[in-house]
Design a protein around this ligand. Sequence first.
Ligand SMILES: [Zn+2]
Length: 446
Amino acid sequence: MVRLKEVIVEADHLVTCNPSDKVIKNAAIYVVDGIISALGTKKEIHKDYSSSKIIDGENKILMPGLVNTHSHSVQTLLRGKADDLALLDWLKEVILPGEANFTANEIYVSSLLGFAEMIRTGTTTANDMLTTHDSEKGVEAAIECGVRTRIGKMLMDSNQGYPTSMIKSADEVMEEAIKHIGQYHGIENKRIKYSLNARFLLSCTPKLMKLIVETHNQYEDLMIHTHASESKAECKEVERIYKKSYIRALRDIGALGSKTIVAHGIWLDDDEYKIIKETNTRISHNPSSNSKLASGICDVKRYLEDGIIIGLATDGAPCNNNLDIFREMRLATFLQKIKYLNERTLPAKQILRMATIEGAKAINWDNDIGSIEVGKKADVIQVDLSDVNALPFYEPISHLVYSASGKDVSMVMIDGKIVFQEQTFTTLDINKLKEEVAIYQKKWIE
Ligand SMILES: [Zn+2]
């Protein structure tokens, strides 16, 4: 994977996701050293710039790479093993034992498979939670495949029926996390940033949460990433332990703020919405996961109307069961239309922004990514418009949200490097990865 010194990327339609949602026909961008240096019509770009490398854009939409604001790449080998279960059973019966039993190599393979699927389907940035042990192998997979990520080990110290091998003391958990911050935070041209991933309040003691908040305040550009208010049963359990509701408990611990992203956020009362707004906490919306686990329908319309920053996400493969943000866009808009029985709720343009620039804002990376604008990093994708599901073609944003799937993505560039093109991954050996997945699969079938 070599970053080209300069490259021109063309498209029939350039969907910028800039503040005015500008779309340019017969367009091109000029990329130098991984940075978008110019954009305009093809004519303008070729008049002013030249490059030995031109990526053709016939029948293509060029758009910002998608931002997945909540993923668990490490769970990908558990895809299809945990269907039709509610959140707490799903966790206790399959997910936590599954993660706990992974060997170090399986953590690598599982994470790489997850990132490969995200890249294949147009995601260039993932806000990712690994597991409690051998998380270095997950970070290694991210470094190798070229994905942009906030990533870190899973932090948990409370043994409430979870596998004991996953539980260490709060001090031990944080000691390892702090070591990893030193090793990984800001490496690979700042493509990899560490993240403090507090699983949820039922697996983190107040002591661990306090240490997470203290550590978080000591570092530049370090976020807290956690699950909250996902299912009613979970909220009830948190209230029983903390004697207050979930979002109030997080606020009182000091865990909310603009550098915190909360995945799900479904069951909030009026004051809890106010707390999210006042603290400028970020929300990650996971429509497929919330539907499959029957957790509930997140009130995306309300978050948007309250001016709360909210991005889109897949969650992990076992609760989805895929990692394709195109499918999340489609489902997210449909769910809001049904919730409000209003066909105008969460229109295509708005959900596309949640999958790109608003997602980038949610993880505090919008200075660099999330839109195609001069000065931003070249994290861009081309979407093919030549297949039957794209015909006829009238309007690019409608097509991206309602017709396309991740399989229509034909080129993926991250940090100016092509990581997927012409059905080929440039950063990983997909056949070797498939063989490794088959070995794990065989272990469970026999
Ligand atoms: Zn999750």
